[in-house]
Design a protein around this ligand. Structure first.
Ligand code: ZN
Ligand code: ZN
Ligand code: ZN
Length: 374
């Protein structure tokens, strides 16, 4: 079976009680009456996934088919969380010093005492639907993974598909999640980090769209300002003339016209800001929990006389050190700045300048600028 859609269809039907037989590029399904009724197909149904080779009796299924739309009803009843067995991959030895210094750069501190110890770490992967709501709408899907054990940020995109479609993983998938584990709790906890990571990823991906939006907003704002400035200028000219003529009634009329114009301008600006407001909405659709063999890597980071130990992981799938999470926002950082007070590890945004006074501060220590603004 070549196509992903064919594979998905066969699994979905089998899972819901159908007998499925593969026949060249087509599948033949014998479905329980309830399932057939739900999907609005015959109980004995031949399905083809390529219009060019489809036999006369087959129902052709592609991503635009009404049948795929109806799959939604069946999928809705499935769970949203899967526990996947870890893939059979061997862990090779690493040089902790080397992997740490290659992956992490500190702009104002040093790293020492890198150590590694083999172990296992629990990962949670999320399939996230995103939507950019602005004057245009852009939507799509992204996959993010969270290391629930060390909280470092792995790059495991594609692992969900690999885990869920691997045929070798027929062993008890839930074996690595103990019965006492609160699966929902684990997923909710991981989403606190995963949501932040997904947001960063999506904003990166939509960077061009967001930049173009800002450009259009600037352009519209300039037009609007020029338009109202011209009106304003004209009214002022008339007001000056009225003043010279000492025509008080006219002065009063022009003054109130000036106020009305300013108010209209403010109203239009508010509309503009609203029209171009960037809202990114994220919705986690499904989560996969998986345990992987890792090297638990620790290192000591020094800022002046203060120091702190950080823990990250090196996993078997992407064969690289996972990035430590920024203490301010949770996204992975390769070039980090340390804060003076508590040696927080920060991305450039979380040690950025205050918009009001222009001085930088740690977003992990302070939710807002600690300095007094006049
Ligand atoms: Zn940050
Ligand atoms: Zn400030
Ligand atoms: Zn700090």
């Amino acid at each position: 079976m070549s196509s992903q859609l064919a594979d998905f269809t066969a699994r979905l039907l089998t899972r819901n009680g159908a007998l499925v037989e593969h026949h060249h590029d087509e599948i033949v399904a014998v479905m329980p009456p309830a399932l057939a009724a739900e999907l609005d197909v015959a109980e004995y149904q031949r399905l083809a996934f390529d219009r060019r080779t489809a036999g006369p009796l087959a129902l052709v299924v592609d991503y635009d088919s009404p049948l795929v739309e109806r799959f939604g009803r069946v999928v809705e009843t499935l769970g949203r969380i899967a526990c996947a067995p870890s893939p059979p991959v061997a862990l090779k030895a690493i040089d902790p010093e080397e992997v740490v210094t290659r992956a992490i750069t500190l702009t104002n501190g040093i790293i020492r005492d890198c150590r590694a110890e083999t172990g296992r770490a629990r990962y949670v992967g999320f399939l996230v639907q995103f939507e950019l709501l602005a004057d245009e709408r852009i939507s799509g899907m992204t996959e993010v993974w969270v290391n629930h054990t060390t909280r470092s940020v792995p790059r495991l995109e594609g692992l969900v598909t690999r885990l869920l479609s691997s045929r070798e993983g027929t062993a008890d998938a839930t074996a690595e999640v103990a019965a006492s584990d609160d699966v929902r709790g684990i997923v909710a906890d991981a989403w606190a980090t995963g949501g932040a990571v997904a947001r960063g990823q999506v904003e990166n991906r939509l960077h061009d769209a967001i930049a173009s939006l800002r450009r259009r907003r600037e352009r519209d704002f300039t037009r609007l300002r020029e338009y109202y400035e011209a009106i304003d200028e004209e009214i002022r000219r008339r007001a000056r003339r009225a003043l010279m003529k000492k025509d008080e009634a006219a002065v009063k009329a022009e003054t109130s016209r000036l106020e009305a114009t300013a108010q209209a301008f403010r109203g239009r600006v508010a509309e503009l800001v609203d029209r171009y407001r960037v809202r990114v909405r994220l919705e986690p659709l499904a989560a996969t929990i998986c345990t992987l063999p890792v090297h638990h890597v620790t290192a000591r980071i020094f800022r002046r006389s203060a120091s702190r130990t950080i823990a990250v992981a090196w996993n078997v799938i992407d064969r690289a050190l996972e990035l430590p999470a920024c203490d301010g926002c949770g996204t992975g950082v390769s070039t980090a700045t340390l804060c003076d007070d508590r040696v927080h590890l920060l991305c450039s945004r979380c040690q950025g300048d205050c918009e009001t006074c222009g001085r930088s501060y740690c977003r992990a220590c302070h939710t807002r600028c600690p300095r007094q603004h006049r």
